[in-house]
Ligand binder design. Structure first.
Ligand code: PEP
Ligand code: MG
Length: 838
């Protein structure tokens, strides 16, 4: 969001005092005249403003109107500016609504909350408003509007194409849902060109996520993507790659979901004639439980008006905190459940940037409603509109919108937070109208045995999360659920998409036998997971888990983890609005060590910077944060962050926790030596035992200097996510280059090889805790390269162990040699199919 300096945005020539206007159209004409004369817009902007008036209400309240142009016609704006007409007698804007200050906005920026906040502040001051409506001093108006940020609009785009264009047939099996649409919008926003996506008579600005979703694109639909502007050709070329590039992932996701659905033995049939509610199977498995209704009835949000300035500030603050929270949830979900599931919450954060939603809420505030009521009503109206369009994808977005809506509501007033789904009694089959992704991600799988929803589809975000959590789920079961009696026994069949009511004893017995057989199969698999990752010829690789919270330890161990190879401590900082104290940190590290019951625990010192920004640390903005003050560089510059963390770690160590400490983003021995010195000083102060101090190898310089660094580090852990980004010079978040950011690239593997050699030369062990460790083929190569430990997302452990246990070390070493000599990542990947005689 950009903030404008009034002297640049609102020079005196853009203020007209005592304007005489006959009607709204003339007010718009005069305002456009000022903007045109100042070189801000082309004359055609006037027609664009009038079209905007026909599409939506621009009367903010208390005598202020904010006319602005169509979002899709921003090329008419030559530079940002606002024009102010003071209409002392007022002009009818809508029936019964008179405007005394017409603030005409010409802005190419995406700012929207800022201007409304500014204007709402002004609106809270009736005396000042009255003065501004009559003043002879143009500077009074300029001062009042100083720092205004500009609102974009959200009008529908006309369904015409620009000259440059390409056609594309949507081949995403689940249509254009929020996750790929977020990537379309993010890509389009990187260009100055206007980009339009048209399907039939409907068109959307490609930068606008909601507009894209409202196209309701399904697999097989043809779209025309067109662009206009100086970099239109580049924008289209890039979008073409992104659109098509996402196909492979979308198809793979859909196939994976389908495989999981089919993999479930859903053939259970009740022997009796139990009553059935039919829905759609969304997550496989069978469970017996008692029905527990969640969020019965609509939410009642009281309307408690407060002072307008306070209201605008509270809404602004709540939105910012909800965004931070979503970032933390996405981060946690990525590490716990995987990147695809985490993308759900990234897409949700995008919904909070919808200017139409913010404007609607602001209008309610100006009308005198309370913050929570204004927000909730705006969300419900918008979600209701999305849900009523008869399109499953949009209905899914309505659920997401309500979900983020509740998150913001809880920030506005904690009393409005919905009861967590975790508070349900043990053995519950959750019955709900619909479950939000936040509800589902937060479910306690120990207490909830299954899920049945009236709405939703098998590709909904809730279904995706339920599958990841391994909970049987039935969606789309319809209105029949409303009549069900809470507490009644039932059987949910997530494979067949059925809920069996009032099961007979014979039904229950048969279901129990089926579940027991399934559990026996799982137990067998668990037994295999508990075995060490030892090759057939006796070479053992240690297996760790990447987890951040103590309550994830039991699951990690059940998946076969022998310890924790990476505890990312930035999560402690990201999830709260303030820096955790030394005591908080000590408790977190101790809790993790206790949960691991003596198993090794590698804790990484704070790795902030790059993609992990923490608002409350107020770090300076950097042009290239990945190349900036990140990881160890930040720790060395901010002792107030480093010292409490090291103290907390040594205090946990003093209690006997088998902790190793590792530092991220090390590029030279000097950094490591400086950090070691601080650690040693603190250790002596606390009279704590020595803890192994290691480093992450994440940049090429560290890999190249491994033999030198190994003299000062007790161990290495290779972060292949960053090592790949820095070796290949590919931003790890860039969706266009994502397919090329392959950790199997021979250049990355050679650096790993060098790291292992350097470490072993000095008797140090080497782990890998980046994503490559969790890929069975990657794990085989890493073992062949001599890596001693692999640490990964818990769910990846069984497949990696299975791969290594089936292999022999010389074959893995031969495979690694072949990979090092391969020309590119594709060739290395192809070695997976060639087999290496393991
Ligand atoms: C890595 O870079 O591979 C790594 C494990 O660290 P992070 O993903 O937290 O940057
Ligand atoms: Mg890293």
């Amino acid at each position: 969001m950009s903030t404008f300096n009034a002297s640049g945005l609102l020079p005196r020539e853009l203020v007209r005092l005592d304007a005489r206007v006959a009607d709204k159209a003339e007010a718009i004409r005069q305002a456009t005249g000022l903007l045109t004369a100042a070189g801000c817009v082309r004359p055609a902007f006037e027609a664009s403003m009038l079209r905007r008036e026909a599409a939506a209400d621009t009367f903010l309240g208390k005598g202020i109107a904010i006319p602005h142009g169509m979002v899709d016609e921003r090329e008419l704006i030559q530079r940002d500016g606002i024009a102010v007409l003071q209409v002392r007698d007022g002009v009818d804007w809508n029936p019964g609504q008179r405007a005394h200050l017409v603030v005409a906005i010409a802005a190419r920026s995406d700012a929207h909350i800022g201007i409304l906040r500014r204007l709402t502040r002004l609106m809270a001051d009736d005396a000042r408003l009255a003065m501004l409506a009559r003043t002879d001093d143009p500077d009074a108006l300029i001062r009042a509007l100083a720092g205004v940020e500009i609102a974009p609009d959200e009008a529908d785009a006309p369904a015409e194409d620009f000259a440059r264009r390409f056609d594309w047939v949507v081949d995403y099996p689940s249509g254009l849902h929020a996750r790929p649409a977020t990537e379309w919008a993010e890509t389009a926003r990187r260009f100055a060109a206007r980009v339009r996506v048209r399907h039939g008579a409907e068109a959307a600005d490609a930068r606008n996520l909601i507009a894209l979703l409202q196209l309701g694109l399904r697999c097989g639909d043809t779209v025309t993507v067109s662009a206009d502007g100086p970099d239109a050709a580049d924008a289209l070329a890039t979008l073409r790659i992104v659109l098509a590039g996402l196909s492979a992932r979308e198809k793979a996701d859909a196939e994976k979901a389908e495989r999981k659905r089919r993999a479930a033995a859903g053939a259970w049939q009740p022997p009796g004639a139990a009553e059935v509610v039919a829905g759609v199977g969304a997550s496989p498995g069978l469970a017996i439980g008692r029905l527990h209704r969640l969020h019965a009835g609509p939410m009642v949000v009281p309307d408690e008006p407060v002072d307008l300035v306070e209201a605008a500030d509270r809404l602004h603050g709540a939105l910012a905190r909800a965004r931070d929270e979503l970032r933390a949830v996405a981060d946690d979900t990525r590490r716990r459940l995987g990147a695809a599931d985490a993308a759900i919450f990234r897409a949700q954060a995008e919904l909070l940037n919808d200017p139409a939603l913010i404007t609607l809420a602001s209008q309610h505030l100006v009308e005198g409603h309370g913050v929570a009521w204004a927000w909730h009503t705006a969300v419900e109206d918008t979600a209701g509109r999305l849900a009523s369009l008869g399109n499953a994808v949009l209905a899914g977005r309505a659920t997401d919108l309500r979900d983020v809506g509740h998150r913001v509501l809880a920030q506005i007033d904690p009393a409005l937070a919905r009861p967590a789904a975790a508070e349900v009694p043990a053995g519950s089959i959750l019955v709900a109208e619909d479950l939000t992704p936040s509800d589902t991600a937060g479910l306690d799988a120990e207490r909830v045995v299954g899920i049945v929803t009236a709405q939703g589809g098998p590709t909904s975000h809730t279904a995706i999360l339920a599958r990841t959590l391994g909970l049987p789920a039935v969606v789309g079961a319809g209105a029949a659920l409303a009549a069900l009696e809470a507490g009644a026994p039932a059987i949910v069949d997530g494979s067949g998409g059925r809920l069996f009511l009032a099961p007979s004893d014979a039904d229950l017995e048969s279901a129990r036998a089926w579940i027991a057989a399934e559990e026996a199969r799982r137990a067998q698999a668990a037994e295999a997971r508990a075995l060490p990752a030892r090759t057939r010829d006796g070479h053992t690789v240690s297996i760790g888990a990447n987890i951040n919270l103590a309550d994830q330890a039991a699951f990690a161990i059940a998946q076969g983890a022998e310890g924790v190879g990476l505890m990312r401590t930035e999560f402690l900082f990201l999830e709260r609005g303030e820096t955790p104290s030394e005591e908080d940190q000590y408790q977190a590290y101790k809790a993790m060590a206790d949960a691991l019951q003596g198993r090794p625990l590698v804790i990484r010192a704070l790795d902030i910077g790059g993609d992990k920004q923490v608002a409350h640390l107020e770090l300076p903005r950097e042009e290239n944060p990945f190349l900036g003050v990140r990881g160890a560089r930040l720790l060395l510059r901010r002792p107030e962050l480093l010292v409490p963390q090291i103290r907390a770690l040594y205090r946990a160590g003093r209690d006997g926790a088998p902790i190793s400490v590792m530092f991220p983003m090390i590029t030279s021995a000097a950094e490591l030596l400086a950090l070691r010195e601080t650690c040693e000083r603190i250790r002596e102060e606390l009279q704590a035992p020595k803890l192994p101090l290691g480093i992450m190898i994440e940049v090429p310089s560290a890999a190249l200097l491994a033999a030198d660094l190994a003299q000062h580090a007790d161990f290495f852990s290779i972060g292949t996510n960053d090592l790949t980004q820095y070796t290949l010079a590919i931003d790890r978040q860039n969706p266009v280059l994502a397919p090329e950011a392959d950790s199997l690239h021979p250049a990355v593997l050679r650096l790993i090889g060098l790291t292992v050699q350097g470490a072993h030369m000095h008797g140090r062990w080497v782990g890998v805790c980046g994503g490559l460790a969790g890929d069975p083929h990657g794990a085989a190569l890493l073992a062949g390269l001599g890596v001693d430990e692999l640490s990964m997302t818990p769910r990846d452990i069984p497949a990696v162990k299975e791969r290594l246990r089936a292999a022999e070390l010389p074959a893995l070493q031969a495979l690694a040699r072949q990979a090092l000599a391969a020309p590119d990542a594709a060739a290395v990947r192809a070695l997976a199919d060639g087999g290496e005689g393991a």
